[in-house]
Design a protein around this ligand. Structure first.
Ligand code: ADE
Length: 217
């Protein structure tokens, strides 16, 4: 999968892809994440990408021209399955949406800023609008990272068996059960007996499998 992220603050999004599971996904070539500084497509020497809204009112609006130029450039290089605008008025991100996006090849994420983007960008290019919750962030960058994380971890080969996405909360409309690890008692707080019994049984099976597979049912 390839994700192209368009933003006026790409540097805000670099670290999540430089650590742990997302880093490994990128290193293994399972996900490619490309950042694009929107100002590189601005016109004029001030690298302007926003302007005052027609009709007045507070706040600035992201201009159509740099965004259109940037998306048109990207689209001339490959086909995109979705051009997603991160915005608080989009559909709320869910595991179902992440699952759907995880089977796509090429995605563009557009991060909004200021009051939002010129409506004509939405009409012309945006195929899907996604919000990560009913609150307003300073821009779409953190939302883009959340969406990329939720999608990339579902790609085949990104998680190993132990981390398997199939046992995630929400994947089967069930929340995860409580989990425990050693020690079995900490400051009087005990791991439920039943789990210890299960663990002992699993260990017995494992050792038998290793040493005497002939006697296993
Ligand atoms: N941009 C600002 N707030 C946002 C949110 N809640 N979700 C997605 N993009 C946003």
């Amino acid at each position: 999968m390839r994700i192209d992220i368009i933003s006026v603050l790409p540097e805000l999004m670099e670290s999540p892809f430089k650590a742990s599971i997302l880093k490994r996904a990128v290193e293994k070539g399972l996900a490619e994440v490309h950042f694009h500084q929107l100002r590189d497509w601005s016109v004029g020497k001030h690298r302007q990408v926003d302007d005052e809204p027609y009709g007045g009112g507070a706040g600035m609006v992201m201009m159509i021209e740099p965004i259109d130029k940037c998306i048109t450039d990207l689209k001339s290089q490959r086909d995109y399955d979705e051009v997603i605008y991160l915005t608080p008025d989009g559909e709320t991100l869910s595991q179902k949406i992440a699952n759907t996006l995880s089977i796509k090849q090429n995605l563009i994420f557009l991060c909004g800023h200021y009051k939002g983007i010129d409506q004509r960008v939405r009409d012309l290019h945006i195929t899907r609008e996604i919000s990560i919750g009913d609150y307003v962030l300073t821009g779409g960058e953190l939302a883009a990272c959340v969406l990329a994380d939720a999608v990339i971890r579902l790609l085949p080969g990104v998680l190993n068996d132990e981390q398997s996405a199939l046992t995630d909360s929400f994947q089967d409309n069930l929340l995860s059960p409580p989990i425990y690890t050693r020690p079995s008692e900490y400051k009087g707080l005990k791991v439920p007996e039943i789990l210890i019994e299960d663990w002992l049984h699993e260990e017995a099976v494992r050792i038998t499998q290793e040493k005497r597979p002939d006697i296993l049912d």
